[in-house]
Design a protein around this ligand. Structure first.
Ligand code: PEP
Ligand code: MN
Length: 340
């Protein structure tokens, strides 16, 4: 933190600020310019207590010099984080596809989805067993049974599983069945849940419906601060005034996050648009923007889906998408891994 003193600040006022900073356990570095004195507070303590320095007489402003998200910041680690999940590498020049239904609904539904993901060259099977639904009367997921079905799909296809953890109550069973744990948009700032994620599984952290990138990174920081450095960020659309689509897929977030953090960035054009007709275009746009992967909702029979049918591609549409993205992935200088 830099404390900028007013031009007319007295020696006594400057000394009081310096003394307080040192009392808080920081080193001070004083720089007397031609008109103003600036004081640097150097140290690695909680910055919160320094904010009160603004109340000292003679202080003009406080300028933070370090990002509040230290572990997630690109400045703390130049090179991209690479996460190895079974045979699949996420980040560092590869491009991964996570696909599957919004919810696990039945054995035949999840097994046929898994087969389709595998055949088309996807890398992970997604499917919610615990579903965060706006209405308590909507389908809430098959829960434990859904997790078992995901494991069965993994046994049959070899695909890694990504599924959402909704509550800390289910952490053990989700860890048991998932290769990647999804933290959904609605839980992005569930800090007590984030603090429990010191588990031996990578986390896909979805951006909250109205969260800033800094808030997203602070949530990643929560997970990293408890010792889990395997975090992927997911842009899944934000709420804006636009009503032509379900959410506004904020693709600015991809290059912006790439400069702010070393963590991989995945884009979810299914929730980001809510519209089948927009998904292929926005998936390709995500690749052009620099995403490390995409997450796509598919369903063997979308009109019959229990959740998110209107944004679920059917299998032929998904196959087509997988073909269409190939030249975009190469043009972006990435490798689309071969099917596992
Ligand atoms: C989902 O992936 O089905 C989901 C509920 O996502 P989000 O948390 O982004 O709404
Ligand atoms: Mn969904």
């Amino acid at each position: 933190m830099i404390v900028v003193m007013k031009p007319k600040a007295s020696k006594k006022q400057i000394a009081a600020v310096v003394a307080r900073i040192q009392e808080l356990g920081y080193q001070t570095h004083e720089n007397q310019g031609t008109t103003k004195t600036v004081i640097g507070a150097i140290g690695d303590k909680d910055k919160e207590c320094l904010n009160a320095l603004i109340a000292y007489e003679g202080v003009e402003k406080l300028v933070p010099i370090r990002k509040p998200y230290k572990l997630a910041a690109r400045s703390s680690k130049e090179e991209d984080t690479i996460i190895n999940i079974g045979p699949v590498q996420v980040g560092g020049g590869t491009f991964v596809v996570m696909a599957g239904p919004c919810s696990v609904e039945s054995e035949s539904q999840i097994l046929s989805s898994a087969e389709a993901v595998k055949t088309a060259g996807g890398h992970f099977l997604r499917g919610g067993a615990y579903k965060p639904r706006t209405s308590p009367y909507s389908f809430q997921g098959l829960e434990e049974e859904g997790l078992e079905l995901l494991s069965k799909a993994k046994r049959e296809t070899g695909l890694g599983i990504i599924t959402e953890l909704l509550s800390v109550r289910n952490i053990e069973s989700v860890v048991k069945h998932a290769d990647i744990i999804q933290i959904g948009a609605r839980n992005m700032q569930n800090f007590s849940l984030l603090k429990e994620l010191n588990v031996n599984r990578p986390i896909l952290l979805k951006r909250g419906l109205s969260s800033t990138l800094e808030e997203l990174l602070m949530s990643a920081e929560y997970i990293m601060s408890v010792g889990n450095y395997q975090v992927m960020l997911c842009e899944r659309g934000i709420r804006t005034f636009e009503t032509a689509y379900r959410n506004t897929l904020d693709l600015n977030a991809v290059p912006a996050l790439k400069s702010m953090t070393h963590l991989p960035v995945i884009v979810d054009p299914s929730h980001g648009t809510g519209r089948i007709d927009l998904i292929p275009t926005m998936a390709k746009a995500a690749i052009a923007a620099g995403a490390d992967g995409i997450m796509i909702e598919i369903h063997p029979d979308p009109p019959k889906a229990y959740s998110d049918g209107p944004q679920s591609l059917n299998i032929p549409q998904f196959n087509e998408l997988m073909e269409e993205i190939k030249p975009f992935v190469s043009a972006a200088g990435k490798r689309l891994l071969v099917a596992v």
